[in-house]
Design a binder for this molecule. Structure first.
Ligand code: GDP
Length: 333
């Protein structure tokens, strides 16, 4: 790993928009070494005051729906308007498959060459909790670096959408026409989370099907009406390939930002997200300390065996272990 810098050098580099320092700061927040964590927290604290001005857009959809092609087209449209954007990814599977499948530079060829764009692949960590933490912190750093848009890409299979939904302003779901909901692996819950749906690959023979799907999804979305925000999720069609419909999607996110900004909803949403972030961090760090505790490590296997054998209920096993942990921590102080 590259040599660490003093906290102030990271902070100043990030805030001045220095790409290479930003990359190094993201590497720092991705690190799990306790020494790096302390430095990372100092850097994050120093950047906090300059963050909060970017529009955060989450993008999800099953593999093959066209996420990277879409982000390439959408991102290039934004940079052509002079906007600066960062692309991050949440891909908890990448730790297992060794090497990120998302946010890869080669998958976004135009953006990768675009001086107004910054692309960062998913942190290569196996656990969703770890990837989520690192991505939230990377968002904060990118905001401090002054990007207008931050796109967080995730793959539409499993828990990662919920994590990304909890860190963005607008959640965009990419779908295909005529693939059937089942085939697309899209659960109702994910549609419910969406602030907008884009039916991609609406080109050639697919165009008519895409228009029919638009009506179908609009009807489905009406079932979820009554969002407290007052925002009605919209369904649009687009082609990431021909770029048709891309400006309309940018307009939709812009309209959301304006309306939800004016009503105060966006600020409220961010406050809630910050609180959730803190609560989740408490959960993760307590669990991490608990699992590393020597007294817990000594007793864990025996209590696990008792629980597995049905000799004590799981709740009692958990309570015993927590007692062991608390007793050990209090004697250490
Ligand atoms: P991802 O796995 O969701 O990131 O999907 P990709 O962006 O890698 O796209 C999967 C395939 O669909 C590629 O072969 C793309 O060229 C193709 N593709 C993406 N968007 C479109 C589109 O709008 N129209 C058509 N016809 N093909 C597309």
């Amino acid at each position: 790993m590259a040599k660490r810098l003093p906290a102030q050098a990271y902070i100043e580099g990030v805030i001045s928009g220095d790409r290479s320092i930003l990359s190094r700061a993201i590497t720092l927040v991705e690190s799990k070494l306790p020494r790096d964590r302390k430095l990372a927290e100092e850097v994050l604290k120093g950047c906090q005051g300059s963050a909060g001005k970017s529009f955060r857009l989450g993008i999800t959809g099953v593999p093959g729906v066209g996420k990277s092609t879409f982000i390439d087209a959408f991102g290039t449209y934004l940079t052509s308007m002079g906007k600066r954007l960062a692309v991050l990814a949440v891909d908890p599977s990448s730790g297992i498959t060794k090497g990120s499948i998302l946010g890869d530079k080669t998958r976004m060829e135009s953006l990768a060459r675009d001086p107004l764009a910054f692309i960062r692949p998913s942190p290569a960590s196996g656990s969703l909790g770890g990837v989520t933490r690192a991505t939230r912190e990377a968002i904060l750093l990118c905001e401090a670096a002054g990007f207008d848009y931050i796109i967080v890409e995730t793959v539409g299979v499993g828990q990662s959408e919920i994590a990304v939904h909890s860190m963005v302003d607008f959640f965009l779901l990419l779908m295909l026409a005529g693939a059937g909901d089942e085939l697309q692996g899209i659960k109702k819950g994910i549609m419910e989370m969406a602030d907008g749906i884009a039916i991609n690959k609406a080109d050639g023979e697919n165009e008519l099907k895409a228009r029919a799907a638009k009506i179908e999804y609009e009807n489905a979305l009406h079932l979820f009406q009554g969002s407290k925000s007052g925002w009605q999720a919209q369904v649009l069609t687009c082609s990431a390939l021909t770029k048709a419909g891309i400006p309309e999607i940018a307009e939709m996110t812009g309209s959301y930002a304006r309306k939800m900004g004016e009503s105060g909803w966006l600020a409220q949403k961010r406050k809630r997200q910050a609180k959730t972030w803190m609560h989740e961090t408490i959960g993760h760090s307590l669990l991490e300390r608990f699992m590393k505790d020597e007294a817990v490590k000594l007793a864990l296997e025996e209590i696990e065996n008792l629980v597995e054998a049905g000799k004590i209920p799981p709740t009692v096993g958990a309570a015993n272990l927590i007692d062991i942990y608390l007793r050990h921590v209090s004697t250490e102080q």
